[in-house]
Design a protein around this ligand. Structure first.
Ligand code: SF4
Length: 460
């Protein structure tokens, strides 16, 4: 039966269009990815990460239900029981989560609640947990999701949904390019609970202690929430329309390639390009993005193989020369700024006293004068070289501490004042790099390899 899509196209849908999930957005970023994964149902790579996420979610959901049932905010014994049997990667995250995760048991309605809206954004397939509060339209679902948790606050006419995230880099649910989940879930709640005036959608980054990012939507936001999810649904429908009508669609690479079936078997059309082909500038950029993602995925598999077998992987060319992938030991020097003494740094006083710590207020306990830190390299350079070679000191003014290293320490909240002072004293260096900029929603699920930039940078 032909249907008229809101785009004005007469849509003949041969391929069944599944309800829109928040995860569908990842796949609709590239039409070919969506076709392979959803329409053709091909298995997607990234099983380990998905299993890790599922296990962490399961433990979070089990412990939340348990705490609500027992009327407690945490039960560590129960947590350990639920966490037993999780895989190594999930366990690493759960260990950190164990100490900080608490449950607002008084307001928790349920966990893992499926919610659906029909084409007119009315509740359908209403689950028992919310049954009786709202009418079920009985129409097919067009929008679906599973809320990790749902808290209701009758006294303030509010609701809250916490969604657990295992990402190593926290992000904001209100970032325009990453907002679909928060908008969709808030719309689900507002439509299922007519008395709720305000929904707080909160991301709980379980790798970190008490790290949340949240966004609030009210009943007045419903029209704009509908617009957002409707637009995502239209994109999904458009892919089905093009597919059914044999309209060619382009592959669009990005971080989503990691989870695409066409990446696994290298059949992605972008992957077939080579530098000697006549390519447009845009095609070359597409290839650069794809190549970077493929290289990362490939290295990940190789590394896992070497770690599992303990054996290097070797390839020989026709001249018998071999290329090996495996651990290579290398040694390099780092030059310490201060002399470490375990818990502190070594200091000295002009009176000749030396300490393995920084005395109170920096004053020498013996003579009361100010102590100075022992700086092994700087002391050597200044005292042994600079004073004897006064004409050769200009290069010393160019020595600096790497900002990457220093910033990693200055980032701590308690060092905010020191951070500001250092930023004020820093020399600004302007570098121009040719770089592939990323959309806001490119949130890494895994740490990139230390030795690889994300899309590569070419300095000029
Ligand atoms: S691998 Fe190719 S088909 Fe798959 S998402 Fe990337 S660009 Fe699209």
């Amino acid at each position: 039966m032909p249907k008229r899509a809101s785009t004005g196209l007469v849509q003949i849908t041969k391929s069944p269009i599944p309800p829109l999930h928040q995860s569908t957005e990842l796949m609709t970023a590239c039409a070919l990815f969506y076709i392979e994964a959803v329409i053709k149902g091909r298995k997607r790579p990234g099983g380990i990460e998905s299993a890790r996420g599922r296990q962490v979610h399961k433990v979070g959901s089990d412990i939340a239900s348990w705490c609500a049932h027992k009327g407690v905010s945490m039960d560590l014994e129960a947590f350990d029981r639920f966490a037993k049997g999780a895989g190594a990667m999930a366990t690493k995250i759960l260990v950190g989560m164990r100490e900080s995760y608490t449950v607002d048991h008084q307001h928790l309605l349920a966990t893992e609640i499926p919610m659906s809206l029909d084409e007119n954004f009315q509740p359908t397939e209403v689950p028992d947990a919310v049954g009786g509060v709202v009418a079920d339209s009985g129409l097919p679902p067009h929008f679906q999701g599973i809320l990790d948790t749902l808290f209701l606050f009758r006294e303030s006419l509010g609701a809250q949904s916490d969604d657990m995230k295992t990402h190593p880099r926290p992000y904001d649910p209100s970032d325009p390019d990453k907002a679909l989940q928060g908008k969709m879930y808030s719309l689900f709640i507002l439509q299922h609970f007519p008395w709720v005036m305000e929904v707080k959608f909160r991301l709980v980054f379980v790798r970190f202690k008490n790290l949340y990012r949240e966004v609030i939507y009210t009943r007045a936001d419903i029209p704009s929430l509908i617009e957002t999810v409707k637009a995502a649904r239209e994109r999904q429908k458009m892919i089905h329309f093009n597919y059914d009508n044999k309209i060619e669609m382009e592959a669009t690479p990005g971080d989503h390639c990691m989870y695409c079936p066409l990446m696994t078997d290298r059949s992605c059309p972008v992957g077939q390009m080579n530098e000697n082909m006549q390519l447009s500038d845009e095609d070359r950029l597409r290839f650069k993005i794809w190549d970077s993602i493929f290289s990362r995925a490939n290295t990940k598999v190789l590394t896992a193989k070497v770690q599992a077998t303990g054996r290097n992987i070797v390839v020989r060319d026709f001249n018998g020369k071999s290329y090996t992938y495996g651990p290579v030991e290398s040694e390099s020097n780092v030059y310490p700024l201060f002399q470490a003494t375990g818990e502190s740094i070594a200091t000295k006083c002009d009176c000749g006293e030396r300490y393995s710590y920084v005395p109170d207020a920096g004053k020498c306990p013996k003579c009361g004068h100010r102590v100075r830190p022992i700086m092994p390299i700087a002391d050597l350079i200044i005292e042994d070289y600079a004073f004897g070679n006064t004409g050769d000191t200009a290069w010393m003014g160019k020595m600096a501490i790497s900002s990457t290293k220093l910033n990693s320490y200055l980032g701590a909240k308690k060092r905010a004042f020191l951070d500001q002072a250092c930023q004020d004293a820093a020399d600004k260096v302007t570098k121009a790099t040719l770089k592939v900029s990323k959309p806001l929603d490119m949130i890494e699920d895994e740490e990139p390899d230390d030795d690889e930039s994300e899309f590569g940078e070419d300095e000029f």
